[in-house]
Each structure stands twice: as C-alpha cells, then as structure tokens.
Design a protein around this ligand. Structure first.
Ligand code: XIL
Length: 566
C-alpha cells in the first residue's frame, strides 16, 4: 500500500489517525478464531493499560502464509518491528534500486491491526550490501543520506511508523567504537550525520541508537551512555535508546537492568527493549522453561518500573521462527510460544508481569461430534457438529480435511468460532473427508472427531452458490452501519434463497436491519433473505444492511461474512 499522503505533525495525531485507519480496514481482514494461547487477556490489552507497547519482530514469510502466525501476531501485539525487511540489503540491494514489498507488507499489517511500527535499521555493519561497503568517504556519505531520505521518507507520513533504529551496534564490548566499514571510512561522524538526516526525512519519528549487551551497567553500556549524552549536548537528534536484550539463561539475568534503564532515562531519552529473546541450551526441560519464564518476568518488570521505557519488542514470538538456533549452536527455544504456536511458561510470565491472570488450565475440551454435511454443491459444503464443552470455555474449532474416501493426510482448512463451518473452493464430483477438533481458552486441544465423507455434486448448471461482501457505510464511537452487504449468486443457476452469517465482536448488538431478517445466537448473526429478494438468477445480486451498537471506544466491526444457499 502507498503510505497515506497526509502530513501529520505530531505523535498524538499520528495515533488518532492510526485508529481511524483501522476502522476502515477491519472488514478487509478475515476474522480468525482466538489465538491458541493461554486463557488470558491478550498481552497488548494488558500492556496498553500500563502505557507500554508489546511487540514482535515480524518475518515476512509466515506473515503472508500462516494463519496461526497472523492470528497470534494480531491478537497479542500492538507493535511490530521488521525482522529483516527494512534492512539495507532488503530495501536497496543495489544503488538506487529499491524493493519495498516486505517493508510495505509489514506496515500494511500493522495499520490493519492498530499496531505501531519501529523501523529497523538504517545503519548497521551487517546486512548492508557490498556496493555500500566499498565506497569512498564522499560517496558513502551520499549513499547514507540517500538511503535514509528515501526509506525514512517513504513512511514519514504513515501514522503507524513511529520510530527508527538509526544506528545499530556501533560499539565493541569494551566500549570502543566498532571498526566497521562505516567507522573505517568516515570515523564516528557517520553517527551524528545519520541522525540529522533521519530527522530531516521524518521530523516526527523517534530516532534511536540500538545495541546488544548493553542491558546492564558495563563498559559497553557506559560508552553508549556517554555517546548519547554527548550527541544530545551537540543537538544531534537522538530521542531513544534501544536495548536489544538477546539474553541467555546460561549467562544470568542482568540484575541492574532497571538501574541502567533509569540512568539513560535521566538523559531525557525514551528507552525501549527492542529485540528480547531468552535462549536456553536445548532441549527444553520444565526447569529451563521456568528459569526462562523468570527472566521474561524480570525484563518486563524492568520496563514497567521505568516510566521512560515505552515498551518491549520480542524478537519473534514462536520458536518455529527464531534466529537463535541458526546463530548460537545448540541453543534455542528462546521465545514465548513453541513451534506449534502453543503458549509456553514464558508467555504466562509476560502476561502475568503485565498484570494478567492467565489460567493454568490443562484440561482439553470434549471431542466434538462427527460433522454433519448439508448444502452440498459442486464447490462447497456446510458442516455442523455437536459442540464440545470445556471447563474454561471452548474458543473455537479447527476444521481438518483429507482427500478421497480413505488414505491421504488430514490438514487444517479453516477455523470456526462456532460449531459450524462452510468449506468453499472444492472440486466438482470429488470426495473429501472432514474432522474437527476443539480448542479451549487455555490453548488445550481436544481429540479429533470421527470423519464424515462428502462428495460434491457434478456441477454443470445444477449448482447454486452465493457470496457476500460487506461495507462499513458510517461509524461513530458507539456504533456503526454496515450497508450494503452485497449478496451475489456466484453459481450457474438461479437460487431461491440465501443465508448470510457473520460474527459480531463481543459487546456488539444489532439494533436494526433492512432487506433481510436477522437472528443472533451468541456472537453469530444469521441474515435470511426477505420474501422479495431471495430469488437471484445466476450472477445477480441484492443487498441488505444493518446497524450495530458497540461499547464506547471499541473500534472493531462485524466480520467473517459468508453466504450459503438457501
Ligand atoms: C537477525 C535476524 O533475526 C535474522 O533473521 C537475520 O538473519 C540476521 O539478523 N541484532 C539485530 C537484528 O539488530 O537485526 C538481528 O536480526 C539480530 C541481532
């Protein structure tokens, strides 16, 4: 997406505008079931109540391709940093040749989910292309200035992008300057220049210096402290200091982290934990999990104790995608969800530290009933089943499908928050098997149900199908109007009726409707055609609308519109 063109001059207005953008995009994002997380208030809700952000480093591949990844990303976090997509090699691999696809993908995701974005990173000695590294002093200065002007400038008007890592990892462990190609060619002047050019490109973004092994008070963090103090004394626009916090249980927790954050805060800068992960020597054991959880608690507490600490970014969230095993041999499992997106004790620790009371429930829901198929067409089937029960509440179901009447592998084709599901996009005259399993609010998963076998119809003119798309016509603090919901006969023959179902966020109630009859069960609303608009020829469409009231300040809207015939 192209960043919005409106120039917004201060951070508070940026955030107001971010909220507005979110409302518009809410319907574009398909509703996903609750995260397979602990029975817990999401981290973002808890962190926001404490005035902090909680974020994750986003990897572009799973963000594009894995629903489970996206679900947790949008449910649990209100901040995003691009793990790699905004680095020099990703954005300007050769001189003045730009690739913004990954960076834009992450910014778009953030905008759609009311998340703030931290730009990472402008000047680093790694993941910078060879063409930059070999430049002479004059050409290197020009390259830095151009790179910053173009990349920072691209998002300067985007309300979601609130901060940048301008320089990254400029120090050696003993506090001397790293003799990177930047330093060897330009001396330390590149640091002040980069900050000034970044300020020129985006006067509103908070500009940060970022490093690792600076969490406690030590030679390296003291060198950073002195540099920040001296740069600010020279009016170099350093607004913020990032503490990467790539920690390892084998090296102990930096117990003076809070004290260290406080001394930086006293310089007048924002501080933030930018790349938190806490690796263990694999394999996991419950004892190592417990130590890791305690370190996560300590890190959150350090930030909570310091008003100038704006928040915490975890360097990923699932052990399925973490840089740790690739970088530190025989270490890993550094994040708060395991490879199967199940919350670990570290998740519970972070949630609790932010003030949550996550349950420790381990009881799985009862096995759902065998799915019953109805409304079979040449390309779709409706499934419903007897709901599971659970002590802490069923949050949703996974729908699994295998090809044919026997053999093959069951893979997940969707999720549902209710005991029914419509599977579309099937091949005509083809057999499929379906099973379902339930998830509870603590992330426990039931056994899978027995399978039902479904064979789609032959099609060729006998099929009728329909689709529904919804538009938010208008909205206000405490309600909104969805008009039109356009119902289209997507089949090859006339239909004599239609049923559109959709989901209301918690606390929302329908207060009126037109051109359809609405019934509500839990959060699910079923809209049945009126007497006069049920018959639709192939390709024809009709519309209906409704009004909803919602809790003051809630920005969510109804979602997950699906259509079935009749
Ligand atoms: C890492 C990424 O996680 C990896 O995917 C990539 O291969 C290398 O970089 N400090 C930083 C981050 O500032 O940008 C690094 O990210 C981790 C260390």
């Amino acid at each position: 997406m192209t960043p919005p063109r409106v120039r917004i001059r201060d951070t508070r207005r940026r955030l107001a505008s971010l909220a507005a953008l979110t409302l518009v995009s809410a319907l574009a994002v398909p509703a996903l079931s609750a995260a397979p997380a602990a029975a817990a208030t999401p981290l973002r809700t808890l962190a926001a109540a404490k005035g902090k952000f909680i974020g994750f480093a986003a990897a572009t591949n799973p963000l594009a391709n894995e629903a489970a990844y996206r679900t947790i990303a949008q449910t649990e976090f209100n901040q995003v940093t691009a793990e790699n997509a905004m680095k020099w090699e990703s954005t300007e691999p050769s001189d003045n040749s730009w690739t913004f696809s990954g960076a834009d993908q992450i910014v778009d995701f953030a905008v759609a989910n009311s998340q703030q974005v931290h730009g990472h990173t402008l000047i680093w000695h790694q993941q910078t292309p060879g063409w930059v590294q070999g430049l002479g002093a004059t050409a290197m200065r020009t390259a830095i200035q151009d790179h910053i002007a173009t990349l920072v400038g691209r998002y300067a008007d985007n309300a979601a992008l609130v901060s940048w890592d301008v320089v990254n990892e400029v120090f050696n462990e003993d506090g001397t300057f790293r003799t990177s190609f930047w330093y060897n060619t330009l001396g330390q002047s590149y640091i002040a220049d980069a900050f000034r050019w970044a300020r020129a490109a985006d006067p509103n973004a908070k500009l940060c210096i970022n490093d690792y092994n600076v969490e406690g008070v030590n030679a390296k963090s003291t060198a950073m402290y002195n540099l920040v103090q001296s740069l600010r004394a020279q009016n170099v626009p350093v607004d913020c200091v990032g503490f990467q916090s790539h920690l390892a249980t084998q090296y102990g927790f930096p117990s003076d982290m809070r004290q260290n954050l406080e001394r930086f805060a006293a310089l007048g800068v924002e501080v933030r934990i930018t790349e938190l992960d806490i690796r263990i020597q694999t394999p996991r054991t419950s004892a190592k999990d417990a130590t890791q959880a305690q370190y996560y608690t300590n890190a959150v507490n350090a930030c909570l104790a310091v008003p100038a600490c704006s928040g915490i970014t975890i360097w990923g969230f699932t052990d399925k995608y973490s840089w740790v095993p690739d970088t530190f041999p025989s270490e890993g499992a550094a994040l708060i969800y395991d490879e199967n997106y199940q919350a670990k004790p570290a998740y519970t620790a972070v949630n609790t530290a932010f003030g949550g009371t996550p349950t420790t429930d381990t009881q799985a829901p009862t096995t759902p009933g065998t799915p019953v198929a109805s409304g079979i067409t040449s390309s779709s089937v409706n499934l419903s089943w007897t709901a599971s029960t659970d002590n802490v509440g069923v949050t949703g179901y996974d729908i699994l499908r295998a090809p044919g009447t026997s053999g093959g592998t069951f893979t997940q084709v969707g999720t549902s928050t209710t005991a029914s599901f419509s599977n579309t996009g099937l091949s005509a005259n083809t057999a499929y098997r379906y099973q379902v399993r339930a998830r509870d609010a603590a992330g426990n998963v039931s056994a899978v149900s027995s399978a039902v076998t479904v064979t789609t119809t032959t099609g060729g003119g006998t099929g009728g199908g329909c689709g529904a798309t919804a538009t938010v016509q208008t909205q206000w603090q405490t309600g909104y109007v969805i008009e039109p919901v356009r119902v289209t006969n997507s089949g090859t023959s006339a239909i004599s009726g239609w049923t559109v179902t959709f989901t209301l966020p918690a606390g929302h109630t329908v207060t009126g409707s037109w051109n359809a009859t609405l019934t509500t069960s839990g959060q699910t609303v079923t809209a049945r055609n009126a007497a006069y608009n049920g018959s639709l020829g192939a390709g024809a469409s009709t519309t209906f609308g409704f009004q909803v009231s919602r809790p003051n300040g809630d920005t969510a809207t109804a979602s997950g519109f699906t259509c079935a015939t009749p």
